[in-house]
Design a protein around this ligand. Structure first.
Ligand code: FAD
Length: 286
C-alpha cells in the first residue's frame, strides 16, 4: 500500500524508523526487534540507507522485504542520491519494483569526504523528480523544523522544501527535535509557503546521552532548558536517564497528538523496549 493512502484514511498515524544491521549475518537477529515493533501495529516502518556502497542498499532492501512479507507491515525504503548516478538509481528502482516495494523516502544524503559524489543528483528534489517520472512510488521527503545545517536561512529552506513537494513528495518526515514549539512554527511556515502535504514529526527518545549529543551535533536540534536539565542531571546514571528521557519523549508526543498533527514517526534506534514503552504510554490517546 502507498503510505499516502494511509494518511488519507487516518487522522493520525504511528510509524517507526529502524536501521539495517551492519553485518549480513546480524540480519537474522533482527527478528527479535521486528517481532516486537510489528506487534505494536505501526502504520509503516521506514528503513535507513547507509551513505554509499551496494551492500548498504542490499541490506536496506532485504530488511524492507522482511517487514513487508514476513510481518505484513508496510515498509518505506530510504534512498540517498549524492553518490549514485542515474543508472544506479534505475537499478535500485528496478529491484524495488520487482519486490513490490511502493514507498521511498528520497534523500540527498550527507556529504562525506570519503565517498565520491556523482553529478546526476545534486538535491533531493532532483531524485524525487527523477523517480516520479519513471515509477509509481509514493515518495516522502525529509524536512528540518530547525533548518538543515547547510541552509542559509529559513526562507530559502522553505523555498527548497516547496521545490521538493512540487517535484512529487507526498509527505514529509521530520528531523528529530526536542522543542515542540519549533515544530508547530515550522508546520505553520510550511502552510504559509503553500506546502499542504502531511508533515510528520520525528521523535527520538533519549536513552543514551553520548548518542544523543552526537546526533544533535550532527543535526542541529536545540535542547530546551527542561530537556537540558535531564541530560545534565542524569547523563551518568543510565537507568535514571532512561526513565527521564522516556518521560520527556512521551510528554512531547502527547503534546503533539493533542495538537493538529498528522502522526508520529518514532526513531526507535532498533530498540524494541523503547518503542513498546512509548506505545503503552499513548495507547489510549492516538
Ligand atoms: P536536500 O533536500 O537536498 O537539502 C539539503 C540542503 O540543500 C538543504 O540546506 C536545502 O535547503 C538545500 N537545497 C535543497 N534543494 C536545493 C536547491 N534546489 N538549490 C539549492 N539548495 C537546495 N541520511 C542517510 O544517509 N541515510 C538515511 O537513511 C537518512 N534518513 C533520514 C531520514 C530523515 C527523516 C531525515 C530528516 C534525514 C535523513 N538522512 C539520512 C539525513 C539526510 O540525508 C541529510 O540531512 C542530508 O544532509 C540532506 O538530505 P535531504 O534529502 O534533506 O537534502
Amino acid at each position: 500500500m502507498r503510505i499516502s493512502e494511509i494518511y488519507e484514511k487516518k487522522s493520525k498515524t504511528l510509524s517507526f524508523e529502524i536501521f539495517p544491521p551492519k553485518k549480513d549475518r546480524e540480519l537474522e537477529n533482527i527478528d527479535e526487534t521486528l517481532s516486537v515493533l510489528c506487534e505494536l501495529k505501526p502504520d509503516f516502518i521506514s528503513v535507513t540507507f547507509g551513505a554509499g556502497g551496494s551492500s548498504n542498499c542490499n541490506r536496506t532492501i532485504e530488511l524492507a522485504k522482511k517487514i513487508k512479507y514476513e510481518y505484513n507491515v508496510e515498509p518505506v525504503v530510504h534512498l540517498t542520491c549524492l553518490s549514485y548516478d542515474r543508472a544506479e538509481i534505475d537499478e535500485f528502482s528496478r529491484v524495488l519494483n520487482a519486490e513490490g516495494i511502493q514507498n521511498v523516502l528520497a534523500l540527498r544524503g550527507d556529504r562525506n569526504p570519503n565517498i565520491e559524489e556523482k553529478d546526476d543528483f545534486k538535491h533531493a528534489s532532483d531524485l524525487i523528480a527523477y523517480l516520479k517520472a519513471k515509477n509509481r512510488f509514493c515518495i516522502a521527503g525529509a524536512c528540518y523544523p530547525e533548518c538543515h545545517p547547510e541552509s542559509e536561512n529559513r526562507v530559502t529552506e522553505m523555498m527548497h522544501l516547496r521545490g521538493k513537494v512540487n517535484a512529487g513528495a507526498e509527505l514529509l518526515l521530520s528531523q528529530l527535535f526536542f522543542d515542540n514549539d519549533c515544530f508547530f512554527r515550522f508546520v505553520e511556515d510550511c502552510r504559509i509557503a503553500g506546502i499542504f502535504v502531511p508533515v510528520i514529526p520525528g521523535i527520538m527518545p533519549v536513552i543514551n546521552a553520548a548518542q544523543i549529543k552526537r546526533m544533535v551535533t550532527m543535526c542541529g536540534a536545540s535542547f530546551p532548558a527542561r530537556f537540558q536539565k535531564i541530560i545534565d542531571r542524569y547523563e551518568d546514571n543510565k537507568d535514571a536517564l532512561f526513565d527521564a528521557g522516556m518521560s520527556y519523549a512521551l510528554s512531547q508526543i502527547i503534546d503533539l497528538l493533542t495538537s493538529d498533527i498528522d502522526g508520529i514517526h518514532l526513531y526507535t534506534m532498533n530498540n524494541p523496549t523503547v518503542a513498546r514503552k512509548i506505545c503503552e504510554g499513548i495507547r489510549n490517546v492516538i
